[in-house]
Write a protein that binds this ligand. Structure first.
Ligand code: NDP
Ligand code: MG
Length: 384
């Protein structure tokens, strides 16, 4: 057993942040928390800093929480300081559990500094996949996937020759509206969308799961992580969320990864990789009857998935446009400004009117991302 790894956790106050803290609490001899960030939940951030004795603490909003922190804390605010925290010299592992495209810059900062990244934030790969993967390749930093499906694929591929891979199938629960008619879907509320049948997650990804935009983002994420083209990346509906990923090899054999629907399994796998130690929660109990059904998703019911697949096939900045429009639309839905089915309308309209300039640097990607958000917001104003 080597020395404890120094961990920086960006987005410590969120749902993935909480699951990561559960793993760190259980394995304090292996993982030492040395840096944390939040966007605006100062009080919760302070509690975490005090519980784990965290030295480096960052809050996005300008509010001053220093007085509640231990005297020797190195406290910072502002986006430049977040990137500095991601590149902290003493860090071995950086967990990116920030939500949305805001995860791109710190992910790049960590990789640029040669830090291994436990990546929960899928939007960073959707917006800047090429740049992220090139940066990791150049510096030799590892990306350890923490999104459950991608972590499942990562587990199945470990030790397999690269050329043996045929295709990847990501499972989707189908969300809370799996059995709703198209008409029923038009009047669902944010409260209904936020009740996911299997997973407990932050609000944005919970809405994305209901619309299946999440699975679309995950196909793009898988493309970058595992290097397969759109036609070899598939989605299947699997309501119980016990099988997270299925990998098919050229010889016709299939491997699948299973665990209960809780993020501690994937996070622990990524944080302790390649070691396997006792988990935070019990694994599956095969003495109980388990339902393992799989069916193809209906494209009519999940237009966001279809739009994301088109963007993956188109490449370039199309996935960035999809993501930015989706972030704007989901925020508006959560504010009760638009209906659920209008999320895909906003994405589709934004895709139809956007030009797709070549953008490869972080600065160009972020500038274009802002432009698309303005376009999506303008369309939103017309609808609302
Ligand atoms: P949450 O909304 O629960 O948490 C988001 C975290 O990011 C919070 O700590 C929040 O701070 C911080 N944050 C929010 N906005 C910003 C910003 N602009 N800049 C910096 N930090 C910010 O999200 P989740 O934990 O659910 O998801 C995090 C990421 O992980 C997402 O990309 C999601 O897609 C991915 N993921 C999540 C899964 C899950 O089970 N939840 C599963 C697989 C992937 P504050 O609390 O102060 O607002
Ligand atoms: Mg997932």
């Amino acid at each position: 057993m080597g020395p404890a790894r120094n961990v920086v956790l960006l987005g410590a106050t969120g749902s993935i942040g909480e699951s990561t803290l559960r793993v760190i609490r259980k394995h304090q001899d292996r993982l030492k928390l040395i840096g944390i960030s939040a966007h605006q939940q100062g009080e919760k951030l302070c509690q975490i800093a005090n519980e784990f004795g965290v030295k480096n603490v960052h809050l996005g909003h300008e509010q001053d929480i220093r007085e509640d922190l231990p005297a020797e804390t190195n406290f910072s605010t502002g986006s430049d300081a977040l990137n500095e925290l991601a590149a902290l010299e003493e860090a071995d592992l950086v967990v990116v559990a920030v939500v949305g495209a805001a995860g791109l810059a710190p992910t790049l900062a960590a990789l640029e500094a040669g830090k291994d990244v436990v990546l929960a934030n899928k939007e960073s790969l959707v917006v800047g996949g090429q740049l992220v993967m090139e940066t990791a390749r150049r510096t030799g930093a590892k990306i350890l996937p923490a999104d459950s499906e991608h972590n499942g694929v990562f587990q199945c591929l470990h030790g397999q020759p690269e050329k043996s891979l045929d295709s990847i199938i990501l499972t989707a629960s189908g969300g809370p509206f799996r059995d709703f008619s198209l008409e029923q879907l038009s009047s669902v509320t944010p409260e209904q969308a936020l009740k996911h049948p299997n997973w407990s997650m932050g609000p944005k990804i919970t809405v994305d799961s209901a619309s299946m935009a999440n699975k679309g983002l995950e196909l793009i994420e898988a493309h970058w992580l595992f290097g397969l083209p759109a036609e070899r990346l598939k989605v299947v509906i699997h309501p119980p969320s016990l099988v997270h990923a299925i990998v098919q090899f050229k010889d016709g054999c299939t491997l699948a990864q299973m665990s209960p629907p809780s993020m501690t399994f994937a996070l622990q796998n990524a944080l302790l990789f390649p070691d396997r130690m006792e988990g935070v929660e019990q694994g599956l109990d095969f003495r109980q009857p388990l339902e393992l059904s799989f069916s193809p998703p209906s494209p009519d019911k999940y237009p966001c998935l279809k739009l994301a697949q088109d963007c993956l096939a188109k490449g370039g900045t199309a996935p960035l446009v999809f993501n930015a429009a989706n972030e704007v639309a989901v925020a508006a839905f959560l504010r009760n400004q638009i209906g659920f089915t209008e999320i895909s309308d906003i994405i589709e309209n934004t895709l139809n009117t956007a030009d797709f300039p070549h953008a490869s640097s972080l600065e160009n990607l972020l500038t274009f991302d802002q432009e698309i958000r303005l376009q999506a917001s303008a369309f939103l104003q017309k609808l609302a």
